[in-house]
Design a protein around this ligand. Structure first.
Ligand code: GDD
Ligand code: MN
Length: 369
């Protein structure tokens, strides 16, 4: 039994495979981690398999899994999870896009109690070298969608990550496309995660196999994970839905306060409507802030670098004003220029304003740093 299994998915990597296996092995030997190196190859038509077999002769910790059905990167990684001989897995590309030198750090973070450790291109200190604009745009789009499901994670589609075996042991993964990490985050069982910045460098040798089909598969995957979260209440995406729900309940309490204060101040204290409304709105915002801070986002670790309460309150006020403007603008535009019934227009406005308030506050006011 090894401490760690490094899973390297390969397809036609004859130019890189020897170097990556040798380097990964050297890094781990150097830090005293007993690691299995598991190459998962999709029956490459080049000499990749022959080279790995040759390496195996002198390196007993190298194993090779050759697949002949269900060709694909994600499928290969998932197969690697099933064939690994340890309880901690690291996944790394063969083309040196991911630095092997970070593997020991990822391993230590898992040993320190994290379930998932992600090499992130999009956090402070991370980056991407030598990517054409098109790849950057596609990647940012994919990352944006992924972050709706996992707002605290900066790079939920990274190909470089470590997990504990238990995360995926019971998970019903439906691997496809390139984004196996998103599948693991969406369907695996995990609580603690950690990101480590790294600089992604594009391959020097060979070519990327990313295609249009990959993008479509990705969109399907996001929908699938969302649906999965409704039926599997232990999933992380379900934790996010619970927050949306709580945020909605708090919002309803805010509407009641807003309306109650407005009526009371006007009817019993003789305030004019505009003045009464200012107090009503502000009290509702304060009410919403307090409950969201204490309840909806209570798991956000506010001691860790997250801005102080006053800072959060200020952000919340600004973001909520944006939500109010969206609601107001939609009500008027839909009613007056599109002749939609004002009651329906207002519901649409409220829902979009709510969506804005949740997503933006989640990403700005209560993001975990
Ligand atoms: N077994 C197997 N089967 N391996 C594959 C397949 C496949 O069908 N396709 C690609 N690989 C292997 C490659 O040999 C390489 O080791 C790794 O998967 C990444 O493939 P690339 O083709 O170099 O991917 P990329 O550079 O476009 O994509 C990278 O960025 C994505 C994030 O934007 C990879 O790091 C992905 O893992 C990552 O999700
Ligand atoms: Mn690559």
């Amino acid at each position: 039994m090894y401490d760690l299994t490094v899973i390297i998915p390969t397809f036609k990597e004859e130019a890189n495979i020897r170097n990556i296996v040798t380097e990964v092995d050297a890094v781990l030997k150097h830090t005293g981690i007993e690691a299995e190196i598991l190459v998962v190859d999709d029956n490459s038509p080049d000499t990749t398999i022959a080279i790995v077999n040759d390496l195996k002769a002198s390196m007993p910790n190298v194993n090779l899994l050759v697949r002949t059905t269900d060709h694909g990167l994600s499928q290969s990684v998932a197969d690697g999870f099933l064939h690994a001989s340890s309880d901690i897995f690291v996944v790394i590309d063969a083309d040196f896009s991911h630095p092997p030198a970070l593997i020991p750090k990822m391993y230590k973070e898992i040993r320190a109690g994290n379930d998932v450790v992600i090499g992130s291109r999009y956090m402070d200190g991370g980056g991407i070298r030598k990517w054409p604009l098109k790849r950057r745009v596609i990647s940012l789009g994919a990352t944006f969608l992924g972050r709706l499901l996992f707002p605290d994670i900066t790079d939920p589609v990274s190909g470089f990550f470590a997990i504990r075996k238990q995360v995926v042991a019971q998970a019903h993964l439906k691997p496809r496309g390139y984004k196996i990490l998103l599948e693991v985050l969406g369907k695996g069982i995990w609580e603690h995660d950690k990101e480590i910045p790294f600089e992604f460098s594009d391959r020097e040798i060979g070519s990327s196999k990313l295609k249009i089909k990959t993008i479509i598969e990705y969109a399907q995957q996001v929908v699938d994970i969302t649906l999965y979260s409704f039926t599997h209440r232990q999933s992380a995406a379900w934790r996010e839905w619970k927050r949306v729900f709580k945020f909605g309940i708090v919002g309803i309490s805010g509407i009641i306060i807003n309306q109650g204060v407005l009526i009371s101040l006007k009817e019993y204290a003789g305030f004019s409507i505009p003045v009464a409304s200012v107090f009503a709105i502000e009290l509702a915002i304060l009410n919403n802030f307090i409950w969201n801070d204490l309840w909806t986002f209570k798991e956000c670790d506010k001691t860790q670098k997250l801005s102080c309460t006053w800072h959060r309150l200020l952000l919340f006020e600004v973001v909520s004003a944006g939500g109010a403007i969206i609601n107001f603008a939609l009500l008027n535009i839909l009613t007056f220029s599109m002749a939609i019934d004002y009651r329906i227009a207002n519901i649409i406005g409220i829902l979009l304003g709510f969506g804005w308030n949740f997503v933006v506050n989640r990403r700005i006011t209560w993001i975990r740093k």
